[in-house]
Design a binder for this molecule. Sequence first.
Ligand code: CA
Ligand code: CA
Length: 115
Amino acid sequence: MVNKRRGNMKKLILVAVVLICIGMVAPTVYCASNAKVETSSQVKVIPKKVQVDSNFDGKIDRIENYDAEGRPIKTEVDNDNDGIMDETVIYKDGKPVKTTKDTNKDGKPDVWIDL
Ligand SMILES: [Ca+2]
Ligand SMILES: [Ca+2]
């Protein structure tokens, strides 16, 4: 009789432990599911234009332009830090196809390189 009660108590404890474990696991799964929903609902920001002052002199020395899908379409660089862009890279389907450079600082390209 005593052994039967102990056996029943062991079963009850086992069931209680299983229920507690399910209770602990269920919120975790729910939270993980919520995290996925939050991730999928986050707005992906695709910049159209990025301006960079890479040497912190207060002048923009790199301008990157992107299409609606986030692929680069044009990049302008001020290599000599005079505040005037002197190199331009044109992209097609996200890949560079042409570079122009203004080496004599007249504001007009004088070197054209097809890539
Ligand atoms: Ca700068
Ligand atoms: Ca320049």
